[in-house]
Design a protein around this ligand. Structure first.
Ligand code: ZN
Ligand code: ZN
Length: 485
């Protein structure tokens, strides 16, 4: 038996391990509570519907309860195309519930969702009547939980998201959940942020200050006076956290050997088996969680279901070469660019193009990452570049106070497709809803700020007719056709 402080020689790496274990312990302390609440929510939904004499139905699939196409859920595009994702078999075609139950459950799940947009991909309607957890999964990040069937096999992120996204928890805690600015982030928001930081740390290091904050946050959450102070599991988790914090939590010899191998192998990037208290491989868990986290990063975007977003994971983005810089939200300027490269009429093509642009921006221009905040393909797909919050590299002098959208292609002599233009509008509406753009944001062409052809005359003509368009100072309309885009 050895203490956890003996595992690593580098203290910030020990901190990372402790942070990771702390999150795992906190999760175990929340499980029973969250499971009980999921059962209550399930009861509330079904009792209200079945009390009218209806009989629970097990014939419906999530797919047949959702219309086709459903943006962000299935992939039917246009009347001629086939849906090859959600509605891909005769059984899964949209049809009403024969018992008139599942459609009402669906509506109620949606009703209980803070952003009215449940994560349907995670959940199977034929389990709704028997499994409260299948309803809880509708409040998780949008993707990646299909196989999850209990609170035990759900990660911390999923559990926290359930509590944050479901109105059922509105008055459960002694604090308001994610009240937004000017209020400081609530404990759930902070816990989720820390979880992200730990998982995203490419160096596997956490500073002393961050570790301290992680413990404070998790312990405050687990001792919430309104719902958890007397919860047996939460109290046990708090005891364990205190031991971990003071380095007296004991690990078995086998665990130590595994940790040592793990640490040796981190340097080589090799995958090794590394076990936590329950004998579960933590390394596999990290890999899985990072996938979920990428999904979660775009969660808010997907939440609105109006934008066909291609995540960084989906286009196989490389990581940013520097730590991200964040803008103060909301911003009030949006710049439109064109890429003067391929038009990208499919996501497959778009993914290749995104990697190409990222390579140009990172390796030729020496920027940290792809410069644009978003890229819009001609099929209407919206590719995640730096996203809403991160400072981009697109419009000199404006990068830290604006969002950029680049249309794939050259729009000097032709207009973008309707799909691409609609995608821009949907993304702008979404940006305002998410609090990333001010409601009266100003839309500009790249050339309004810089002597450039971008976004191309034809696209620029359209932008100038947009209700949010506004010129900047002396409008630059003359340019050399050879100037850089
Ligand atoms: Zn479909
Ligand atoms: Zn049904």
């Amino acid at each position: 038996m050895a203490g956890i402080a003996d595992v690593f020689t580098e203290s910030e790496r020990t901190n990372w391990l402790k942070a990771w274990l702390a999150i795992d312990i906190a999760k175990s302390g929340l499980e029973k509570f969250v499971e009980t609440e999921a059962t209550t929510l399930h009861g509330n939904i079904y009792n209200a519907i079945l009390s009218s004499g209806a009989v629970a139905c097990v014939d419906c699939h999530t797919a047949n309860l959702l219309k086709c196409p459903s943006r962000g859920i299935c992939n039917k595009r246009g009347a001629q195309s086939q849906c090859t994702s959600m509605h891909d078999s005769p059984l899964k075609q949209p049809r009403p519930c024969s018992a008139n139950v599942c459609n009402r459950v669906r509506d109620e799940i949606e009703n209980q969702h803070k952003f009215s947009n449940p994560s349907w991909k995670n959940t199977s309607a034929n389990h709704w009547s028997s499994s409260p957890w299948h309803i809880a999964k509708a409040y998780f990040p949008p993707d990646g939980y299909t196989e999850t069937s209990s609170v035990q096999d759900t990660d911390f992120n999923g559990i926290i998201s359930f509590m944050m996204n479901c109105k059922h928890f509105n008055n459960t805690f002694s604090f308001p959940i994610a009240p937004g600015k000017p209020h400081p982030p609530c404990l759930l928001t902070k816990a989720r942020e820390f979880c992200r930081t730990v998982r995203h740390s490419s160096t596997f290091k956490v500073t002393d200050t961050d570790l301290h904050d992680i413990f404070i946050t998790l312990i405050s959450l687990l001792t919430d006076t309104q719902c958890l102070a007397h919860d047996v599991d939460a109290r046990e988790a708090v005891r364990k956290l205190a031991k971990l914090q003071t380095n007296v939590l004991k690990l078995t010899t086998e665990e130590i050997i595994n940790y040592e191998n793990f640490c040796k192998d981190i340097g080589r990037g090799a995958k090794v088996e590394w076990f936590n208290f329950d004998g579960e491989s933590i390394w596999n868990k990290i890999e899985q969680d990072q996938k979920l986290c990428d999904a979660e990063e775009e969660e808010l975007v997907l939440n609105m279901n109006t934008v066909t977003l291609v995540t960084r994971t989906q286009w196989h983005a490389l990581s940013s070469k520097e730590d991200a810089q964040y803008m103060t939200m909301p911003v009030s300027h949006v710049f439109i660019h064109h890429t003067v490269m391929s038009e990208c009429v499919s996501q497959r093509e778009g993914a290749i193009e995104m990697r190409k642009i990222q390579h140009l921006h990172q390796d030729i221009n020496r920027w940290a990452d792809i410069g644009y905040n978003f890229v819009i393909g001609q099929d209407g797909s919206v590719y995640m570049g730096r996203g809403w919050d991160r400072v981009g590299a697109h419009t000199l002098g404006w990068n830290n106070k604006s969002i950029s959208f680049a249309f794939t292609g050259n729009f000097t002599e032709k207009q973008p497709t309707d799909d691409a233009l609609k995608a821009l509008d949907a993304a702008l509406v979404l940006g305002v809803k998410l609090g990333k753009l001010t409601p009266d944001f100003k839309l500009h062409g790249h050339r309004d700020a810089r002597p450039t052809e971008s976004p191309g005359q034809k696209l620029y003509d359209l932008i100038r007719k947009h209700e949010h368009y506004e010129p900047i100072g002396p409008n630059i309309v003359t340019f050399s056709p050879k100037s850089r885009v």
